[in-house]
Design a protein around this ligand. Structure first.
Ligand SMILES: [Zn+2]
Length: 77
């Protein structure tokens, strides 16, 4: 009989714990500022520009303008 009572107590405790955990997990959390407006750095002048506005090269480098892209390529030779 004791064993059954012990098991019942454990079961109740487990249920309470699960309820507490699920309550924490279900807490409302929303992140409104997740958009594609990512900032990237110009490889030439280190200026931060929006990824949409930046010029990307095949080397996965970003530039703030075509001028800086040309300058960087010319610098490399
Ligand atoms: Zn630049």
């Amino acid at each position: 009989l004791r064993l059954i009572l012990f098991l019942a107590a454990v079961f109740i405790l487990a249920g309470l714990l699960r309820r507490l955990l699920s309550g924490k997990l279900n807490s409302p959390r929303h992140n409104p500022e997740v958009r594609s407006s990512k900032m990237v750095r110009c490889a030439y002048c280190q200026l931060y520009v929006l990824q949409d506005d930046a010029i990307r090269t095949s080397d996965n480098l970003y530039y703030c303008s075509q001028d800086h892209k040309k300058l960087m390529i010319n610098k490399d030779g």
